[in-house]
Write a protein that binds this ligand. Structure first.
Ligand SMILES: [Zn+2]
Length: 463
């Protein structure tokens, strides 16, 4: 019998309102018992979790694994290895691949490859429209039967409101949430960074906050009209949070997610590290690891393309609004929008670089720093945004340590101080703006279906 005993950790399981020092016994891939001084079979493998947090396996519902067709950027093997290192036991991969995941055959291909090559659970999001072109609906019923957990045209946004309405109606029939990358093309045109003071100073084309807010408002109206669950992806603008808060009060089936880069950085970073640390970065310094001092601040040049993402980094006011939305529960889900790109693609002028950064290996630390260490939300609330909340949205039978549940668990040290270095990353791509940063909080082990797929100081387990 396969058995694993996690001993003496602080077990935090928000779904069961549990926060207690205890052992967790895993038998045959399921949670068998949670309690003090558990007795276990003689040959059981033990994992000393004293001084660490033990929680349900973290779920990231917004990850680009780049298969099929973009394997120079990432593969199911490298992407899931990065997930495990970051403490994630389940990821949802986005369908904007080449070709797009817009039919049952491609869903089946990804699920089969993920089962062979992935070391964490991979759930698939299908496209809303054929080829993510926004013109014709993808076969939503067929996608559901093939096992998708949501539909989205992420990377793109359906501009035609009538098509989006039909997508919502079908999605509701098949009990699938519609996840949306909120971007109005006519307002955003070819903007490359937040439209504001810094875009003017730097001479870059602006991506206005209204370009996101208009679509969030559209989605609220369509969720209300159709009753479909619409989930707004990677919220970046203050106005989006206000809209969402008001709509949720009225009971509209709408939800939102936030990524650590949007609630850590601002558009000032595009002007270089000196400008950032002198102004918008000050607030981060107050909650940095104890070893973080002014002499060792990370440095980067102006126009660094590792700070180019979609939606873009916005103003201090927007960053505060996202943090506020996370702390009052308006935004109930945390995720990375892990978007790997090759060096040669990013090593071009800011205007020409692709949008996106990697994030699976830094999102836990940055969330701990900005939310828990900064005393904005409790540890249990942060864990809920990475576990039970995404599981509920997607109707996944995950995100808890209930007896009999799948034994997916994450062990992490919330106070461990470390520096993120390219050579330690398991991702195939190195487009992170956080290399050289001192971070506080780190995954120690990732357990998937009762199997330790990654543990600190160990080599990655073979799938
Ligand atoms: Zn997106």
């Amino acid at each position: 019998m396969a058995a694993l005993l996690l001993t003496g950790g602080r077990v935090v399981d928000p779904a069961n309102r549990l926060d207690v020092t205890a052992d967790v016994l895993i038998l045959d891939g399921k949670i068998s018992a949670v309690g003090k001084n558990l007795s276990a079979p003689k040959d059981v493998e033990r994992f000393d979790a004293r001084g660490k947090i033990v929680c349900p396996g973290l779920i990231d519902l917004h990850v680009h694994l780049r298969e099929p067709g973009q394997t120079p950027k990432e593969t199911l093997a490298t992407g899931t290895a990065a997930a495990a290192r970051g403490g994630f036991t389940s990821v949802v991969c986005m369908p904007n691949t080449s070709p797009a995941i817009d039919n049952a055959g491609t869903v089946a291909l990804i699920r089969e490859r993920a089962a062979q090559q992935g070391i964490v659970n991979v759930f698939v999001a299908g496209a809303i429209s054929k080829s993510i072109a926004g013109e014709e609906l993808a076969p939503i019923g067929g996608l559901k039967r093939a096992g998708v957990v949501a539909i989205t045209d992420d990377g793109h946004c359906v501009q035609n409101n009538e098509l989006m309405r039909r997508a919502c109606e079908y999605a509701k029939m098949f009990n699938l949430p519609v996840m949306d990358h909120c971007q109005d093309y006519s307002l955003v045109t070819d903007g490359v960074m937040h439209e504001g003071y810094w875009s003017t100073v730097l001479g870059l084309r602006g991506w206005p906050s209204a370009g996101e807010e208009v679509i969030v408002a559209r989605n609220i109206l369509l969720a209300e009209l159709t009753g479909a669950k619409i989930h707004c992806q990677h919220l970046s603008a203050a106005g989006s949070v206000t809209l969402l808060r008001e709509a949720k009060k009225r009971g509209v089936p709408i939800s939102g997610e936030a990524c650590p880069h949007h609630f850590t950085l601002t558009d000032a970073v595009v002007a270089g590290s000196e400008k950032f640390w002198a102004e918008d970065g000050k607030q981060i310094l107050s909650i940095q690891p104890s070893t973080f001092n002014l002499q060792s601040l990370p440095e980067w040049p102006k126009y660094d393309t590792n700070f180019k993402m979609n939606p873009p980094l916005r103003s201090v006011r927007d960053r505060e609004a996202i943090l506020e939305g996370l702390s009052d529960g308006t935004i109930e889900i945390l995720c990375s929008d892990h978007a790997p790109h090759c060096d040669y693609e990013k090593e071009v002028e800011f205007d020409y670089a692709p949008f996106g950064i990697t994030g699976l290996e830094t999102e836990l630390a940055l969330s701990l720093m900005q939310l828990v260490h900064a005393k904005r939300i409790s540890l249990a609330d942060m864990i809920a945004k990475f576990t039970v909340n995404p599981a509920r949205l997607l109707s996944l039978n995950k995100g808890t340590l209930s007896i009999g549940a799948d034994a997916d668990a994450t062990v992490f040290d919330p106070d461990c101080e470390w520096v993120f270095r390219p050579e330690d990353s398991a991702s195939k791509s190195k487009n992170s703006p956080f290399f050289g940063w001192k971070l506080k909080g780190r995954a120690v082990a990732a357990i998937v279906g009762g199997k330790k797929v990654w543990a600190e100081k160990n080599e990655l387990a073979v799938a």
